[in-house]
Design a protein around this ligand. Sequence first.
Ligand SMILES: [Zn+2]
Ligand SMILES: [Zn+2]
Length: 173
Amino acid sequence: MGTAWILIFLTTFVGMELVAWALHKYVMHGVLWPVHEDHHDPNHASRFQKNDGFAFFFFFPSFFSLLYGALAPAPLWQAFGYGIMAYGASYFLVHEVLIHRRLKFLKSNNFYFDALVGAHKKHHAVQTKEGASHFGMLWVSGSALRAAFDRRRARGIENRADRHRSPATDQSR
Ligand SMILES: [Zn+2]
Ligand SMILES: [Zn+2]
């Protein structure tokens, strides 16, 4: 694993966020809205969504880059393939688990994840093709960071009020 390998891996990972953002904003909320629509439907009942198909779309470039990288052999193609794969894995953990809780095995109180979940909830507040905001997955905008900061501060004030009401703490003062 040389420097070039790591650079290509990281560039692919970051590039995937840009690709996913553009795909979400211009294609999923554009011509392919009929496929993305059920992900925005709060009453969607079945376990799987048509929208899940988009994840498989990224399986192909990753799989064939890894295959070619192994056969050629061309390690830099593997770096590219692993970059897509790593993004896919974080997409699964962040979007499906942390945000939508489709599997319930991960929890986080981390400020960044808090901001990220808040931003995606904002995206889902709009249930139509037009008018949505916050199309990124790992990218968190300044306004989403500020909103997370305000939420935390409000919660902190609430906590202090709770403690103040509790007689046990009042005695210790
Ligand atoms: Zn959307
Ligand atoms: Zn979502």
